[in-house]
Design a protein around this ligand. Structure first.
Ligand code: SF4
Length: 90
């Protein structure tokens, strides 16, 4: 296993029913319950977002939740304002 994926060996999902993480009707609450105690949750979510993982539960999120995160990240940052705190143009 590459050092990049070492976190997977420490995941809470290494034991138990693997199908639970890929159930078609996984609810957000169920995903969060399964992943909540996982010591590598942050690494898992980062990996799923970075690799555009579109199936299953990763880092306590469903595919729909990750899509929302990706969309929020891809929105352009708000333009800086051109006025100072007094409301006057700078
Ligand atoms: S966060 Fe969830 S899917 Fe990711 S490694 Fe941990 S238990 Fe597995």
């Amino acid at each position: 296993m590459s050092a990049q994926l070492d976190w997977q060996a420490r995941g809470a999902c290494r034991t138990g029913d693997p199908d639970a993480w890929f159930a078609d009707n996984m609810t957000t609450a169920a995903a969060q319950r399964l992943c909540a105690p996982c010591p590598v949750r942050a690494e898992c979510l980062t990996w799923a977002l970075d690799t555009d993982e579109r199936y299953g539960v990763w880092g306590g999120t469903t595919a729909a939740e990750r899509l929302r995160i990706r969309r929020a990240r891809s929105k352009p940052a708000a333009a800086p304002t051109t006025s100072d705190d007094s409301g006057r143009a700078a």
